[in-house]
Design a protein around this ligand. Structure first.
Ligand code: DGJ
Length: 785
């Protein structure tokens, strides 16, 4: 995995190689990151320095060619001639900002040398190896430790640094990134996920021009604005070809990543904690640890890079009892009842959910204090006995009798001014003395930098969790940070990071002793979807927007960095509460099934026919759940602008599910092909459309051309037909070798305005189909009754 020879470090995974060396002045020079090389001699790949550039600053008078600005580096300081952005800005013990960390020694150890304060990746001594390099700024005796951990099987290398102050005088860290690398310019595109509330994870592709491009969050959490993960893709890269680098930070607070193209045509990449308002004093012999960055590269396009990330997150980030377990199909009360429920309305939903095959009932917001809306109650943990007269234990007991596990919503990081907690402890809320605090969703943030606040949260949440049988927790967080200040801190510039450290401590102390609880984190939807949270919660709520047309974008884009099992995805009612768009029940399911599935709608308003449909959906999902949650996922390059194609293949390649999604329908469109990937080319498979219902009302007045009698298209008879008559969309069945199927089967024609029969695919706007692929030994069962 890791070797050192004659000044050269070689870090190798199964398919990738990362090489750098120690220069004659003891800086670390990046040589190469890409497909693994077999060559012993890497010298040909080093950047040559054979002229003096007019304005360059020579590092040392003995060699005028040695100018740091012209080197691709693994780490760079300030004040010694490298004029690109530095990964650090430190007020050094000598009160200057100049630092020059140079190689002193290194060691290679098996396993991962974990930081003591932060969540990080993990692996056994057989699964990974770590290189620790010690660099020192000699005049000040400040030491930088650089860590590289190599995970060969996942083609991942992680990086982080620690700073240690051996000087008697205190230094102040203003900026300390987790990693930096200079790559040769190959005309890369910078791909980030930007967004906002109910429109998370939109893909943004930017050119990397001269200067700086930044992907950052300043909201106090990793944010829905810019996910901390990003890619650098060779222009023209597709889902299956082209070089794509991936970077992601294991951190849930303000993050900062930058790519800078320099005048020497090098691309500097760095990632870490955001430096804004950051000021961390480091006293004599103190150490500051940065979060880990996960890096990978693939020459097999976006799909290759995503696959590395997916395997890595599943194997070395997600942990605990739920790591490899199938996630339950849950019912969540929020979109059905919001704050307005009582025990009997919940149990009525639960009974219906159980009949439809669901496994877990999640009681969302509104169960405590006086919480009938979002202006009150946060911070309190007394159960609202008006809504739940028997308390949580009786509800849990009754759910158990129905045959459902019980899950509960919490928002422990927050307080409403109208709450018992705030009245008793106003000092627990984040605000600045003498300043009116700004509100978000009528609430203030609790000061998690304060140990008393952490104790309060830990003891109250733990008491609730131990009061009855709770199998699942939804941990919500619904406002961005403002008025950052804590009376307990010596330097306010440590607030943001200390808050996140406090959060990690709280999560560790609540959930590590309760490994059976499945934790799903959430922050107004996907406002904190990051690897830091995935170290605690195996799944995260993607977005409050459950409209499949939007989810196609969000889930598809998040899958660039995160596996399907990590994405909470629910079927809700339509018109959707976030967009008022009307979509079919089947498309809602088809999209949500590529994730950890749940339902979130008032089942009393669901018709009998729709209930039957939901029952079939849940049955289908459970049958293929391991594949959906843990299979190899492919996004296919669309052949048409109005299509999205996904497939997921079981690890043993025995089965696959293909999702064929249409955004806007085009009239009389040309042939559609079914893309399939990842099958065994030599095996024989059968592929079959999952039968899906068509409601006659979809045809509008056209039904009168199909039926022998004339009826009102939205009238009683039409509704009655929809209730009782089961009409199916076209079902196609094919068989052939994996090779044949993967070449793309032309499908039946889509509805084109003139004709409808049992060989017409009815996709329409935001329509979709799922196709099941199984080896001939275990052919696709016939689902249609
Ligand atoms: C925001 C979450 O994203 C929703 O799912 C829901 O739990 C509400 N908060 C409850 O207040």
């Amino acid at each position: 995995m890791i070797s050192y020879d004659n000044g050269y470090f070689r870090l190798e995974t199964d398919h990738t190689g990362y090489y750098f060396r120690v220069t004659k002045f003891l800086h670390l020079e990046s040589i190469y990151y890409g497909e693994r090389l077999i060559d012993k001699d890497l010298e040909p790949l080093s950047v040559k320095h054979t002229v003096i550039i007019g304005t360059q600053t020579a590092y040392d008078p003995s060699d005028p060619m040695y100018a740091l600005d012209t080197y691709p580096l693994e780490w760079s300081g300030i004040g010694k001639g490298d004029y690109r952005h530095s990964p650090s800005e430190i007020e050094m013990p000598d009160e200057t900002y100049t630092n020059d960390f140079r190689y002193v020694s290194h060691r290679i150890v098996r396993g991962n040398l974990k930081p003591s304060t932060l969540p990080c990746s993990y692996g056994s001594e057989d699964e990974c190896e770590t290189l620790e390099i010690t660099l020192t700024d000699e005049p000040t005796q400040v030491t930088l430790l650089m860590y590289y951990t190599v995970y060969p099987a996942q083609d991942v290398i992680t990086r982080r640094v620690s700073l240690c102050n051996h000087n008697e005088k205190t230094l102040v860290i203003r900026k300390l990134m987790s990693m930096m690398i200079d790559l040769p310019n190959r005309d890369y595109q910078f791909i980030t996920l930007h967004g906002g509330w109910i429109r998370e994870a939109r893909r943004q592709v930017s050119a990397i021009d001269y200067g700086l491009r930044v992907n950052e969050s300043l909201t106090g959490c990793s944010s829905n604005r810019h996910n901390p993960g990003f890619l650098l893709a060779a222009s023209g890269a597709t889902e299956t070809s082209g070089m794509v680098f991936g970077f992601n930070l294991i951190y849930s607070g303000n993050h900062y990543s930058a790519v800078e193209k320099s005048e020497r045509d090098l691309i500097r990449v760095m990632s870490g904690i955001h430096p804004q308002c950051f000021a961390w004093p480091l006293h004599h012999e103190e150490v500051f640890e940065t979060p880990e960055v996960v890096m990978t590269v693939s020459c097999e396009g976006f799909g290759g890079t995503s696959d590395h990330f997916h395997n890595f997150v599943r194997e070395h980030i997600t942990r605990g009892d739920w790591k490899d377990q199938e996630r339950p199909v849950l019912f969540n009360s929020w979109e059905a009842r919001s704050f307005h429920f009582n025990e009997s309305s919940l149990l009525s939903l639960a009974r219906q959910a159980k009949r439809l095959g669901m496994e877990l009932f999640v009681l969302d917001d509104g169960w405590f204090g006086d919480r009938d809306d979002d202006t009150r109650g946060l911070g309190d943990y007394t159960v609202n006995l008006r809504k739940l007269p028997g308390g949580l234990p009786r509800l849990a007991e009754r759910l158990k009798k129905i045959g459902l596990r019980f899950g509960l919503w919490f928002e422990p990081e927050m307080v409403n001014p109208n709450s018992d907690l705030f009245r008793a402890h106003p000092e627990y809320a984040v605000r600045i003395p003498g300043r009116e605090p700004s509100m978000g969703r009528n609430q203030l943030t609790l000061d998690l930098t304060n140990p008393d606040v952490r104790e309060y949260i830990i003891s109250h949440v733990s008491d609730v969790l131990d009061s009855c049988d709770i199998s699942y927790v939804k941990w919500d967080m619904n406002r961005n940070m403002s008025d950052m200040y804590s009376p307990t801190l010596y330097r306010q510039g440590t607030f943001g990071h200390r808050y996140i450290l406090g959060l990690y401590e709280v999560l560790t102390r609540i959930f590590v002793p309760r490994p059976k609880i499945l934790l799903e984190t959430c922050a107004s939807g996907g406002n904190r979807f990051d690897l830091g949270m995935l170290c605690f919660s195996p799944q995260i709520w993607v977005s409050d927007n459950t409209d499949p047309a939007e989810r196609l974008d969000m889930q598809g884009n998040l899958s660039l960095l995160y596996p399907l099992s990590s994405m909470g995805a629910h079927v809700s009612s339509a018109p959707h509460q976030q967009t008022l768009r009307d979509t079919t029940l089947v498309s809602r399911f088809n999209t949500a099934s590529f994730g950890s599935l749940g339902y979130e709608l008032d089942l009393s308003f669901v018709s009998r026919a729709e209930k039957q449909e939901i029952k079939e959906q849940v049955r289908f999902y459970k049958e293929h759940r391991t594949t959906f949650q843990y299979g190899r996922f492919y996004r296919h390059d669309p052949h048409k602008d109005n299509k999205v194609h996904w497939s997921v293949v079981s690890q043993d390649k025995e089965e696959a599910i293909v999702g064929f999604f249409q955004t806007r329908s085009f009239p009389a469109e040309g042939i559609d092909h079914l893309p399939i990937s990842g099958l065994d080319p030599e095996k024989t498979y059968q592929v079959r459309t999952r039968p899906q219902r068509v409601y006659v009302r979809r045809f509008g007045e056209l039904i009168n051309f199909l039926l022998p009698v004339r009826i009102h298209p939205r009238g009683f008879v039409a509704r009655l037909i929809d209730r009782w008559y089961r009409m199916y969309d076209a079902v196609e069945t094919y068989s052939g070798s994996g090779r044949l199927l993967m070449s793309g089967i032309p499908l039946y024609n889509a509805f084109s305005g003139t004709y409808f029969n049992d060989k017409t695919r009815l996709l329409l706007d935001f329509g979709s189909n799922l196709y099941t692929v199984r080896t001939m030994e275990h052919p696709v069962p016939t689902e249609k009754e």
